[in-house]
Design a protein around this ligand. Structure first.
Ligand code: NAD
Ligand code: 0WE
Length: 262
């Protein structure tokens, strides 16, 4: 029996088989959890339904985290099918494309800043708030995905850096608030992975090569690596861990220099 048997999890942020959310879904399924998924818009509906079915799930509903009403109706939908919920995974990040290339000081705008923070950081707190009723009285866990740009200045990541810093602060504040209710709140800070959200291919290949040469494990992490760490953090194996930012980055964040890069 898997170490997540009997757990019910909602996964927000599945877009393709390369999504980090997909690595998480597969690990959760392997460990015996029951799954539900949301999709951002109708364009993604059939793809998400199809992927859900391969991990034994027929629970899917729309959720654009920019819309309060959609957040509420997603949890209403779940409440109509499940009598409780143990896990919410937030694997959502977005800034307007014009924010993600060029010098931060040149491209940052009021609107870009607002959207990045609303979609990438506020939405985690909003999901936490709306999930409370269904998660009451269980050993619940909330998980989000961050990136090193929260704590280091990384070229072109720009306003997503401040947004991830805000997301990580959300982890600590939510952990403090929800701990007494038995809900743990953590983040995984993942190394770069080539997903749809991983910016235009050329530049990203360079990042992947740099990281693989520099990092203690001399590799890039995979969605499977992140999925396995996520399964641990959201299971009772991690009952003593909350408010944590767990780096799943092959050790990159711990080194300052490598003498045999590339
Ligand atoms: P992805 O493109 O597969 O997933 C991003 C998801 O965000 C998509 O499913 C998209 O539908 C969803 N999304 C965007 N705006 C939304 C909205 N308004 N409402 C609902 N959903 C919305 O890419 P990914 O790399 O799997 O990204 C998942 C998370 O992992 C993000 O938070 C990202 O910042 C983080 N992350 C990614 C990497 C990486 O290198 N790929 C590294 C560290 C952290
Ligand atoms: O968090 C991310 C990706 C975030 C992201 C990506 C996009 C592309 C499409 C947010 N918003 C958008 N908006 C779009 O229109 N990562 C950690 C992956 C990533 O993105 C980078 C990186 C890394 C790593 C952008 C620049 C530099 C490095």
């Amino acid at each position: 029996m898997g170490f997540m048997a009997g757990k019910r999890a909602l996964i927000v942020g599945l877009a393709s088989k390369r999504s980090i959310a997909w690595g998480i879904a597969q690990a959760f399924h392997r460990e015996g959890a029951e799954l539900a998924f949301t999709y951002q818009n109708e364009k993604l509906c059939s793809r998400v339904e199809q992927m859900a079915s391969t991990v034994g799930s027929s629970l899917t509903c729309p959720l654009d985290v920019a819309e309060d009403a959609e957040i509420e109706s997603a949890f209403d939908y779940l409440g109509n099918h499940w009598d409780g919920l143990d896990i919410v995974v937030h694997s959502v990040g977005f800034a307007p494309r014009d924010q993600l290339s060029g010098r931060y000081v040149d491209v940052v705008s009021r609107e870009g800043y607002r959207v990045a923070h609303e979609i990438s950081a506020y939405s985690f707190a909003a999901l936490a708030r709306e999930s409370r009723k269904l998660m009451a009285g269980r050993n619940g866990a909330l998980l989000t995905l961050s990136y090193l740009g929260a704590v280091r200045a990384i070229p072109n990541y720009n306003v997503m850096g401040p947004a991830k810093a805000s997301l990580e602060a959300n982890v600590r504040f939510l952990a403090a608030d929800l701990g007494p209710e038995g809900v743990r709140v953590n983040a995984i800070s993942a190394g770069p992975i080539k997903t749809l959200a991983a910016a235009g291919s050329g530049g990203f290949r360079k990042i992947l090569g740099h990281v693989a040469g520099m990092t203690p494990l001399r590799k890039n992490v995979t969605i499977e690596d992140v999925g396995n760490a996520a399964a641990f953090l959201c299971s009772d194996l991690a009952a003593g861990i909350t408010g944590e930012i767990l780096y799943v980055d092959a050790g990159y964040s711990h080194v300052g220099m490598s003498l045999d890069e590339d």
